[in-house]
Design a protein around this ligand. Structure first.
Ligand SMILES: Nc1ncnc2c1ncn2[C@@H]1O[C@H](COP(=O)(O)OP(=O)(O)OP(=O)(O)O)[C@@H](O)[C@H]1O
Length: 792
């Protein structure tokens, strides 16, 4: 046995050595490329003295490309090279631009009888797969980019459908050192030879090794172990809408992120318009945002929480399920339309009406809420003209009959006011000659509209409304009752108004994720009046008129702020990826839809994990956002996160939450059964003890999931246990994972909202190794500590 082990070790060492040699060669080549890039930079900066715009543009384009290249090569990739495939001869012998054979099928004579009843084959091509493509000095492929077509067989090949692949190898490396290799034979029936010697095979279970690894608070890429059904999604054509379903842990988030990297690789020019990844929570953003940089992609992908999609607004607070259900419903569209118009006549803090004669100097305006003016008195041709409340109201209603955004209707309102004043002045009748009448009218308009009282009147009568201001106006129960009549029930209107009172009269104050969607809707209803744009002076812009041209020093110094600025300004993306799509409310679908009007989409979700109680309403809004684009649906079926023992417990909840829905099948089992425990009188002490126990049992992270209104308390209970453990409200756990989790009081989580059972299903599916279910008072646990919700 010992002799056999030693033999295995020596094959392993030799194969590690083979890959080490290759990696050394790759690094030598990378160094040459880095020198080349540095030379280009130097050369460009020497040419910096040349002052013509054309030369500057040429120089900067060169610097830009070289800088990009250098950046990517210098990035610290933990496993730059991670895969290898050994292939049979291709059918037609044609090679692609990366130097690899293009044919997926082997040549007819690639496999031959060996004379002993078996079959033999010669390895005709070996490809190494890595994070970026690297060619040697003769343009032969040293490393193939994982997204290139030639790399697809690394992910797609299976023993059932091997194509040309004989051996698939995962290479584990750190920095410049190869640590290990793991092989899978795709054609075990063949005796294959490479350079005259039999093809060696080392180890098993590269995927299992990846799955068993301790988790940190940052998601890792899965580039070395993407599975065939996942690869199909990642490389699906982007012409339309790609919909991806699948239970917890099937890799939906991972696949969505790898797809973003793939799309950029495929068509960088097209996706220069930006890719937006929408996540449900800032926690999930923080967890996933390192994945794309680890794949060498930064800058063109914006990962945003749905509560951070609107400039100047950031969700920092939560709504109760009742309020969330109202704010998220598509009925809010009607309410907001009325509010956006109604707010024109609502009293506003800090604004003031001019006195009835319109002559009040505005600096004396009182600071408290003021009603809009009810009359306008002007002086023209030496006499007073007045528009009374009824006349003003008729004008307002005539203007509001249009469909333009409310703030953009003001010029028309101004025009109609002037028309009325002119008619009332009777001046038209005094000028029978049309030409003279037109001249007089022009003078009249100029006289009146340049008077300070007139502008002050307009500001008060048709003020520029802000989304926050309208939301604040909706906090007035009386007004909201009017604006929501026949749309919301009186009880709902009261709840909504009360929730908005936290905003304060000027609209400042903490927002929820649902408020942010309302603000965006209001932004569209109100519009932003055109103003002269202030532009930051960039001297070279003025010289050449080209945005892209700056000096290298400028570019390096301002790169960060510039990207930030571009991201801030961007509201229309080339591709939109929605993660945890089942959670978007109808109002959030509208918000996200506005950012992808011309986009292709990837929509990833699992209805069984939805915390939104009205799926039909959300479905309609989703259809509206995605429009009539053709859709392609994929389903992922294998759970890579939870061991079978945990998946089984979660499946019991799924059966009640979504009867008939199939759970994904767990890919591994650990033999570790979930632990059930009953909390003592001091719930906090019990939770802390369970968390401590798990910290001792796993190397990585521990998540403690509690009902939303226990979040604050739970953080206190865990104080001082270190940063491997975190406390989470049930809704915050979405999409995250931990080595071990404590789910505190399933009944409390399930009772929290109409979608509570599905939220509990989410909580129970977060652990990669160990799960503890801690029952509280409401759980009616049996003698073994199993809560009633988890008993057969
Ligand atoms: N092919 C793979 N190789 C290695 N790890 C994988 C693979 N696919 C998924 N995983 C791992 O499985 C875990 C679950 O993946 P992910 O979070 O993407 O699943 P999900 O379907 O989005 O789950 P949920 O619906 O619960 O949010 C992650 O740790 C991910 O890295």
């Amino acid at each position: 046995m010992a002799v056999q082990d030693a033999a295995v070790d020596s094959v392993r060492d030799r194969e590690v050595g083979v890959e080490q040699d290759h990696l050394d060669q790759v690094y030598r080549r990378l160094e040459e490329k880095i020198h080349e890039a540095e030379f280009l930079m130097d050369d460009a900066s020497r040419r910096a003295q040349v002052g013509t715009p054309g030369a500057l543009a040429e120089r900067d384009a060169q610097v830009f490309r070289a800088g990009l290249h250098l950046n990517r090569l210098n990035s610290e990739f933990e496993d730059f090279l991670f895969g290898r495939i050994d292939l049979l001869l291709g059918k037609d012998g044609v090679r692609g631009p990366d130097g690899a054979f293009t044919s997926v099928e082997p040549a007819d004579d690639a496999v031959l009888p060996d004379g002993d009843g078996g079959r033999t084959a010669r390895i005709a091509e070996t490809l190494h797969i890595g994070r970026l493509g690297v060619l040697d000095a003769d343009y032969a492929p040293l490393v193939i980019d994982w997204r290139a077509p030639a790399a697809a067989p690394f992910y797609r090949s299976t023993p059932k459908d091997p194509g040309r692949v004989v051996r698939r190898r995962v290479i584990r490396s750190k920095g410049r050192r190869v640590l290990g290799v793991e092989d899978d034979l795709m054609r075990p029936e063949l005796t294959a030879t490479l350079n005259g010697a039999e093809l060696p095979v080392v180890g098993d279970g590269a995927l299992m090794a990846a799955l068993g690894r301790a988790r940190s608070h940052a998601m890792r890429d899965i580039v070395s172990s993407i599975q065939a059904e996942q690869d199909l999604v990642i490389r699906a054509p982007a012409a339309s809408v790609t919909e991806v379903g699948g239970g917890p842990g099937t890799g939906k988030t991972a696949v969505a992120l790898h797809r973003a990297a793939y799309l950029l690789y495929q068509d960088r020019r097209r996706y220069a318009g930006g890719i937006l990844v929408v996540s449900p929570t800032p926690l999930l953003v923080a967890y996933t945002e390192g994945v794309l940089p680890s794949l060498g992609e930064e800058g063109q992908v914006a990962i945003r929480a749905v509560g951070s999609l609107v400039e100047g607004a950031e969700a920092t607070t939560y709504d109760s399920p009742d309020v969330a259900r109202i704010k998220g419903s598509s009925r809010m569209v009607k309410v907001l339309r009325k509010a956006a118009r109604g707010a024109l006549t609502a009293s506003r803090p800090g604004s003031a009406a001019p006195a009835a004669d319109g002559q009040l100097p505005f600096d004396d305006a009182p600071a408290e809420a003021a009603a809009p003016p009810t009359a306008l008195r002007a002086v023209a041709f030496g006499s007073r003209i007045e528009l009374d409340a009824g006349e003003l109201d008729r004008i307002r209603q005539a203007v509001l009959g249009g469909t333009a955004p409310v703030n953009l209707m003001r010029p028309r309102a101004r025009r109609l006011i002037l028309d009325s004043l002119w008619t009332k002045s009777g001046a038209g009748r005094r000028h029978p000659d049309p030409e003279l009448a037109a001249e007089a009218r022009q003078a009249f308009d100029e006289d009146i509209s340049t008077e300070p009282y007139f502008t002050a009147f307009l500001d008060a009568w048709w003020p520029e409304l802000t989304p926050r201001g309208v939301l604040a106006a909706m906090a007035d129960q009386r007004l909201l009752a009017r604006w929501s009549r026949r749309v919301l029930q009186p009880r709902e209107a009261r709840l909504l108004a009360r929730s908005l009172q936290r905003l304060g009269p000027d609209g400042r104050g903490p927002l929820s994720v649902h408020d942010v969607a309302l603000l965006d809707e209001l932004q569209g209803l109100l519009g932003v009046p055109a103003r002269p744009r202030r532009r930051e002076a960039e001297p070279l812009d003025q010289l050449t008129g080209l945005d892209e041209v700056t000096t290298f020093a400028d570019r390096s110094a301002s790169r960060r702020s510039r990207t930030e600025r571009l991201e801030e300004e961007r509201t229309d993306y080339a591709h939109v990826i929605v993660d945890e799509a089942q959670d978007l409310t109808p109002m959030q679908w509208r918000l996200v839809g506005r950012r992808g009007r011309h986009a292709t989409w990837t929509v990833v979700g699992d209805p069984a994990q939805s915390s939104w109680p009205d799926p039909d309403d959300a479905g309609a809004a989703r259809d509206e956002a995605l429009g009539t684009r053709p859709r392609r649906a994929f389903t992922l079926t294998v759970n890579y996160r939870n061991p079978a023992e945990i998946a089984e417990v979660a499946a019991q909840v799924l059966a009640v939450a979504m009867p008939g829905m199939e759970p994904p099948s767990a890919v591994r089992s650990t033999g570790l059964l979930p632990r059930f425990a009953q909390a003592g009188d001091d719930l906090g002490a019990s939770v802390r003890a369970e968390a401590e126990r798990l910290l001792g049992e796993v190397d990585g992270t521990v998540g403690v999931v509690v009902a939303m209104d226990r979040r604050g308390g739970a953080r206190q209970w865990l104080a001082g246990l270190g940063d491997r453990v975190v406390a989470l409200g049930s809704l915050e756990a979405k999409g995250l994972e931990y080595d071990a989790t404590v789910v505190v009081s399933p009944a409390e989580i399930a009772d929290e909202s109409p979608a509570g059972l599905r939220v509990l299903y989410v909580a129970l599916t977060r652990a990669t190794q160990r799960l503890t279910v801690l029952s509280g008072e409401r759980d009616a646990a049996d003698a073994d500590g199993v809560p009633d919700l988890l008993r057969d």
